[in-house]
Design a protein around this ligand. Structure first.
Ligand code: MG
Length: 321
């Protein structure tokens, strides 16, 4: 049984499914989509679940921002592998009230999601909608992408002697969250997934390992080092701190541990010349990969001339604290 609200939304979804691309042979309307990845490429797949109250709050985020963020999280995972987006699939559960009105909350969610999809030329190749019995939004997105066979950037490729780099700036999302928690007006800080940078890292053969910063530098760098079986030492003075975080007395904490910046953290051998920016996105060298020492920390940070262990920061998402 499909309600009018559901029916309207699904036909809207089909009508607005985004750009036509060579990689999508058949989009919405049949039982399955048909993807046509380029010859000699591999398909990468990632899934991401967003839950109201855990990953966003509607008193803090507009529906458009939630839609943007939903796709941005998946695109950022593709970027971390160096993949080019192929197609997105969305499953959404919203209440009757969120389907009502013009535009409804669900319509505005879709506006935000499709604006970002258009910017990255990723078609929405499938979608499902359920009317939830309670006013709690659940959005699940599946992203597929392609990467030249054998060339995907993995977390496990970092080697001793490699340099550590980060794109953009750090701590912006955490500074925004802190402002919201204080009850200040939220600065508009929408994450921009670094898809173009990721693709360029693969094409130009620059990176040995890569991860996107969803849980924060301390946590994600620990993940990368664990997967690579190495250690890392970073220099706090080299960190590019987001302008929103710079105003805070906790600027360094926000940059080291704040999550949801969706920048790329990657490593490259010392002999590789990494440009200062790629596609207008600044790239900063922040440290080095070292070998694991028995009893030593996995990741350490040099602050004010002293080296200390950098434990994973345990970032919690919006609304949890
Ligand atoms: Mg990730």
């Amino acid at each position: 049984l499909v309600s009018t609200g559901e029916h309207k939304f699904l036909s809207q979804l089909r009508r607005r499914a985004g750009p036509r691309t060579a990689g999508l042979r058949l989009g919405m309307g049949d039982d399955c989509a048909i993807l046509r990845p380029q010859r000699s490429s591999e398909v990468v797949v990632t899934t991401d679940l967003m839950l109201e109250g855990v990953h966003f709050r509607r008193d803090w985020h507009t529906a458009e921002q939630v839609g943007h963020r939903c796709l941005a999280r998946g695109l950022s995972d593709l970027a971390a592998m160096g993949a080019r987006p192929l197609a997105a699939f969305l499953s959404l559960a919203v209440s009757h009230a969120d389907l009502a009105g013009r535009p409804s909350w669900a319509d505005r969610f879709l506006d935000g999601l499709l604006a970002l999809a258009g910017a990255h030329k990723v078609p929405l190749a499938g979608g499902d909608l359920a009317e939830a019995p309670a006013a709690l939004v659940v959005a699940d997105i599946v992203l597929t992408g392609t990467v030249p066979a054998g060339r995907a950037l993995l977390r496990s490729g970092a080697r001793r002697g490699d340099a550590v780099y980060v794109t953009g700036s750090l701590g912006g999302a955490a500074a925004e969250l802190a402002a919201l928690q204080r009850g200040d007006r939220a600065p508009a800080n929408v994450p921009q997934p670094r898809v173009v940078v990721g693709e360029a890292l693969v094409r130009r053969g620059l990176a040995s390992a890569c991860i996107d910063l969803s849980d924060g530098l301390s946590t994600d760098l620990n993940h990368l080092c664990e997967e690579s079986g190495v250690a890392a030492e970073i220099d706090a003075a080299a960190l590019p701190i987001h302008r929103l975080a710079q105003e805070s007395v906790d600027a360094m904490e926000l940059a080291l541990h704040g999550g949801e910046d969706y920048e790329l953290l990657f490593t490259a051998p010392e002999k590789v010349r990494v440009p200062r920016s790629i596609a207008g996105v600044p790239i900063r060298r922040i440290g080095d990969i070292t070998s694991v020492r028995k009893g030593g920390p996995r990741v350490s940070v040099l602050i004010d001339g002293k080296t200390q262990a950098l434990e994973a920061g345990g970032w919690e998402h919006f609304g949890k604290r």
